[in-house]
Design a protein around this ligand. Sequence first.
Ligand code: F6R
Length: 366
Amino acid sequence: EKGGYEHFMLKEIFEQPRSIGDCMRGRLDANNGRLVLGGIREYANKLINADRIIIVACGTSWHAGLVAEYFFEEFCRIPVEVEYASEFRYRNPVIKEGDVVIAISQSGETADTLAAIELAKSKGAIIFGVCNVVGSSIARTSHEGAYTHAGPEIGVASTKAFTAQLTVLNMIALRVAHSKGTITESRYHELLVELENIPSKVEQALKLDAQIEHISNEFKDSKNFLYLGRGYNFPVALEGALKLKEISYIHAEGYPAAEMKHGPIALIDEEMPVVFIATRDSSYDKVVSNIQEVKARKGRVIAIVTEGDALIPQMAEFVIEVPRTDEALMPMVSVIPLQLLSYHIAVMRGCNVDQPRNLAKSVTVE
Ligand code: F6R
């Protein structure tokens, strides 16, 4: 049932053009400017009129929440807070009626996320669930929701669930922004078209597999890794680091690139691989300066760039070119090489990629 792949994780990484497409099917029709999300019909007004959105999640789902924070704020102009469910539930958070809580969970069974929802519900918040597993506890406890429809995810490391979460959250944000009038018609249409094109761009990114395998061989014995990105690619840096540590047991940290000089820069020497997610976007020039700072300290730079980039290939030791897309949608594309990098390194180190030590697919205890 691994469909000819050696591991579920690899199968699920390669499934993403299809799973992202499935997530949009029947919901998005860019040609006609249509975006219909069954689950949000009744509660659309709650989101449109929300004073605040609070996103609660754990792990990879929390990273999807961080990306969503950027586009909900940019497109919908609604303040967003992204919370680790485990912290939120224990610190007497301020929750008011008018607040909308979006709970993100692949399994729909994560104990802390479920408890955070119960707490918010008891204070009168509306709960919107973004789950993958149909009929799961979180899906049932939420007032409304939208499934990610990524299909069963077997590998413990979450891959296709993450890109499907981003797809759903993006559609919700665009739908709300369009109703609120906080996005121009032309930008709205541009993003719908771009969203529809994501599966083919992910398909293209997957063709980098052999190149990434080669890079993995170069770094498989590293003891540490740093992942740096800015803006929409900052949560991608966190996600890349999490994927590597959980399946290859290499210590890795993700940081917003600008934070590097507030501490992590002290770690950089000729032994330190630094993965930059440095695609062409509004923070590109700043990221280029950060690459220079790492180079000056002899760090080994691996850069994810937009195809055709002429500058970074002169600076980085390894360059991975992904297709161009809108910066708000780039995480769905730029995360692909990072999933593959962690996969290959883990396999080369002889790790059990589908069932890493100490981890479970659903964390039903707090
Ligand atoms: C990472 C991973 C975990 C989960 C986290 C939340 O690859 O799988 O960090 O993302 O346990 O799980 P869900 O999304 O099921 O609530």
